[in-house]
Design a protein around this ligand. Structure first.
Ligand code: SF4
Ligand code: SF4
Length: 147
């Protein structure tokens, strides 16, 4: 029997299935900059104050909006518009008809594999609490998709 991410569209998934899709890379929780002139998007290695450098997860996911009102909830209704999400993001991949990567925890069965393969933000970030000028922290790696 095929797994739900191969048989269901994003719109057909249950809340539980939707949450399972997130690979936990933490890339969407990085500060991003937009060039005023070109509207080009730049990722930085500066992480939201709630992002755990240890496991790359949100430390207050359920009530995160109390602490970070500007956090974006990724939903079935807005996924098509969230073009700033990295190409490796499971939601973007499924939305684009690419399926999940082999390193995704749902396929590999190993939540740490993506850390070992360098897909996640682990070991590469600094908290926004410690950064003075975000513009000094522009990086390219969050946009890379290795598969
Ligand atoms: S970029 Fe996508 S897959 Fe990665 S943590 Fe964010 S929502 Fe989850
Ligand atoms: S509040 Fe949590 S989910 Fe939102 S950007 Fe920060 S770490 Fe990520």
């Amino acid at each position: 029997m095929k797994p739900f991410w191969e048989t269901k569209s994003l719109a057909e998934m249950t809340t539980e299935e939707w949450e399972l899709l997130c690979d936990g890379c933490g890339k969407c929780c990085l500060n991003k900059l937009i060039d005023d002139d070109t509207e080009e998007l730049y990722y930085t290695n500066v992480a939201c104050k709630l992002l755990s450098a240890k496991d790359c997860g949100c430390m207050h996911y359920q009530n995160r909006f109390q602490f970070v009102p500007q956090c974006t909830a990724i939903t079935k209704d807005n996924i098509a518009e969230l073009t700033w999400l990295p190409d490796s993001c499971a939601y973007r991949r499924i939305h684009a008809g690419r399926g999940l990567a082999q390193w995704h925890p749902l396929i590999s069965g190993d939540k740490k594999l993506m850390h070992r393969k360098g897909i996640s933000v682990k070991g590469k970030i600094v908290s926004e609490i410690k950064v003075r000028d975000v513009e000094d922290h522009i990086v390219l790696w969050p946009m890379l998709d290795v598969e």
